[in-house]
Design a protein around this ligand. Structure first.
Ligand SMILES: [Fe+2]
Ligand SMILES: [Fe+2]
Length: 149
């Protein structure tokens, strides 16, 4: 293996930028959910989550079409099954987030218990996203020996 080509380096930089943005957004939404008390904040949380969902749809579509993951698979067939497994997680992650947006939008107010459930669900979602992005980082590193942040 000769290491990433300039085109792949561009993909790696793009992946790294998207992942940094994603981490910031997850923190921002988690902090909004923590502060949730009235219906105005409920609408804000739903809007932020919907924005995150849009971003993730684009990010996942990018990863599925071209980019560091697809390149990894083409460059190093040994990682093909792992890349397939990672890409297959996208639909489930989108479904989970979509469900939380719908839950927030379907209530004008939330009971403390329900709010706690939404916070727990989102914390679990953040953990799954983190595992997902770590798996991407690991597979790209395995294929190219290069690790995006
Ligand atoms: Fe992904
Ligand atoms: Fe990703």
């Amino acid at each position: 293996m000769n290491g990433p080509t300039p085109e792949t380096q561009t993909y790696l930089a793009h992946l790294s930028r998207d992942h940094q943005h994603l981490r910031q957004e997850l923190l921002r939404v988690a902090s909004t959910l923590e502060r949730l008390q009235d219906s105005e904040q409920l609408a804000l949380a739903a809007d932020q989550l919907a924005g995150l969902l849009d971003f993730l749809r684009r990010h996942f579509a990018d990863e599925e079409e071209a980019g560091a993951l697809v390149e990894s698979r083409d460059y190093c067939p040994a990682v093909s099954a792992e890349v397939g497994r990672i890409l297959a997680e996208h639909a489930e992650l989108l479904r989970l987030l979509d469900r939380t947006v719908a839950q927030l939008r379907s209530h004008a107010t939330l009971s403390a218990e329900y709010l706690e459930k939404i916070r727990r669900d989102f914390a679990q979602f953040c953990q799954r996203m983190e595992d997902h992005e770590l798996a991407e980082k690991a597979v790209v590193a395995r294929a190219f020996g290069a690790v995006p942040d």
